[in-house]
Ligand binder design. Sequence first.
Ligand SMILES: *[C@@H]1O[C@H](CO)[C@@H](O)[C@H](O)[C@H]1NC(C)=O
Ligand SMILES: *[C@@H]1O[C@H](CO)[C@@H](O)[C@H](O)[C@H]1NC(C)=O
Length: 303
Amino acid sequence: MAAAADKKNMPIPFKVTFVGGAIAGISEILTMYPLDVVKTRIQLQDNNAKGADRYNNMFDCFKKIVKQEGFSRLYRGISAPILMEAPKRATKFAANDEWGKFYRKAFGVDKQTQALSVLTGATAGATESFVVVPFELVKIRLQDKASAGKYNGMIDVVKKIVAQEGPLAMYNGLESTMWRHITWNAGYFGCIHQVKSMLPKQETKKGLMLNDLIAGSVGGAVGTILNTPFDVVKSRIQNTTRVPGVVPKYNWTLPSVALVAKEEGFAALYKGFVPKVLRLGPGGGILLVVFTTVVDYWKSMQP
Ligand SMILES: *[C@@H]1O[C@H](CO)[C@@H](O)[C@H](O)[C@H]1NC(C)=O
Ligand SMILES: *[C@@H]1O[C@H](CO)[C@@H](O)[C@H](O)[C@H]1NC(C)=O
């Protein structure tokens, strides 16, 4: 029997970190998903939405979805992000590791500097896009209001997209997703070190965790400020059914960002910002608590 102090400080194998992270991620999705539905609805709505179809703000959107479509619509499409969680997590870990090694070798340094962690994070974010795009596409299609009579669930979305728009259409939105991930990671890794160095030095484990939490929240908020315009455009691109011979309104990311700003004003690039940021705080808390619980449980099971 290991002494309590030994157990507390024992190294945690990758398997446990991975499974703990996945369980934490899924718990976060289960609780926070309605915010994601509301975010997508607000991002998809342009100046043409009128009357009962118009969402004036986040709360109005919640109210109208529940009233007009029923409570369960706040969970429509949730299986896509849940299925995505494990492959996304695996890619994130592997990509961070491999790109980190690659850049350290390429630049001939053996320690991770801040510039390198920004570069690594941004490249890993771009790599992750290849895994998440099809899941994100299915999710957006199911979150759209008009999807009720059109799609009968996740498998049906995939079947219909492949049949009507071709198999490559499953990757619609890849470019905007890359922009979204690159800017988020650059913002996040770009300021997390700075914030940590500005916070008071901590000696205790609790104090260190608090510093991590503060730096992580600031990093997340900065990432969200940078990436929301790309998220808006991504939602619009992924919601569009491609019809042969019709030029889609939103195609490449940067012209689409300019188009949204021109037609709906600069503020429209920040549609869905409030539900996005609101998710960060409690979402991060859930991740941390569930992850710690899983790891502690694993520790308690060790001989
Ligand atoms: C999403 O796309 C579909 C198909 O192109 C369209 O019918 C629907 O109106 C769009 N949703 C919004 C909110 O614009
Ligand atoms: C992209 O969208 C813009 C604005 O709707 C349009 O003018 C342009 O022709 C489109 N480009 C392509 C390659 O489809």
